[in-house]
Design a protein around this ligand. Structure first.
Ligand code: NDP
Length: 283
């Protein structure tokens, strides 16, 4: 498929509210470093205009696009096909134009998985995830699809936690359990990796720390956080102090970009350029 030159097609058509958007800066840095003239632009689309926006992307033969909440679920019936993990997760954040067909994928969990796999092979591992929202859902499903041994979900709302547990068990056949989030929660024995997929640790949650007995983290565990702002969370600092390997949220975001660009363009871009672009925003 010929690659449309986005610059000549779109310049002057609409304003691009990209200032400070980490994904825009990261993807544009990768495109520039790869010497392409493909562009990644950010547009704000209201819920009532989503269908028209998708039709517009089709009409303009865009290579694809990302979506953020609340469009990740509502876009699904507007697409021609949904990838396996996106279908199990029940959300699409990346749409790929394959010869005119719009395919919905979910790169949230795939980005996490790639970052995780650089440090440890998830196959056969017991992994405890704090959270049951969009990020936790995507991570749990991708880990199950690569044959993690067991997924343990710990979440404030037990209803949401159980819903994710049932989804993983029924859709992937992998063992999954829910544990209530008791105060000063201790990580049970046998856990190989821990993931914070809640919003705790973000700047706007200043002062809030994961309600966890940090002494239950052991040096043979891998401890991961999805938070990108700031990436050096309290959880990761506490884990590093106890000799655990740590993985920050920037890796997940960078690999989402790498995977999305590969889907759209076939290019293997430089992840280090993307990580550097993110670190520059964080100052
Ligand atoms: P959701 O709103 O879907 O889910 C939020 C989760 O956090 C829920 O499990 C919620 O529990 C839990 N939570 C929120 N506040 C508290 C609290 N005070 N105490 C205990 N639990 C709490 O958000 P997402 O899943 O979409 O996003 C989660 C985080 O992941 C965000 O910080 C987001 O920025 C980050 N993220 C990072 C990505 C990356 O590439 N690094 C990609 C995607 C997301 P409950 O169900 O009980 O409400």
């Amino acid at each position: 498929m010929s690659k449309p030159n986005f610059l000549s097609q779109l310049t002057g058509c609409f304003s691009i509210p990209a200032d400070g958007n980490p994904t825009v800066l990261m993807v544009e840095a990768a495109y520039n470093a790869a010497g392409t003239n493909i562009r990644y632009v950010n547009t704000e689309v209201t819920a009532e205009n989503l269908s028209a926006a998708v039709a517009g992307a089709r009409a303009m033969n865009w290579l694809g696009f990302n979506l953020s909440a609340p469009h990740k679920v509502t876009v699904m019936p507007m697409l021609d096909e949904i990838g396996q993990s996106a279908s199990i997760i029940g959300a699409v954040n990346c749409v790929v134009n394959k010869s005119g067909k719009l395919i919905g994928e979910n790169t949230d969990g795939k980005g996490f998985l790639q970052s995780f796999t650089e440090v440890v092979d998830p196959a056969g591992k017991t992994i405890l995830i704090f959270g049951a929202g969009g990020a936790a859902r995507a991570i749990a499903v991708e880990l199950a699809l690569v044959k993690a041994k067991k997924i343990i979900i710990v979440n404030r709302s037990s209803e949401r936690g159980m819903d994710l547990v049932n989804n993983v068990k029924n859709q992937t056949g992998v063992q999954a359990h829910f544990l209530p989030w008791e105060s000063n929660f201790s990580i049970p024995e046998g856990v190989d990796a821990v993931v914070n997929a809640t919003t705790i640790g973000m700047d706007q949650y200043e002062g809030k720390v994961l309600d966890l007995n940090f002494d239950s983290i052991t040096s043979n565990m891998v401890v991961c956080d999805v938070i990108i702002n700031p990436p050096n969370t309290d959880l990761l600092a506490q884990a590093a102090k106890r000799g655990a390997k740590t993985i920050d949220g920037l890796g997940m975001l960078v690999y989402q970009g790498v995977i999305g660009i590969k889907y759209w363009t076939g290019l293997d871009v430089d992840k280090d350029v993307m990580r550097k672009a993110l670190q520059e925003i964080k100052g």
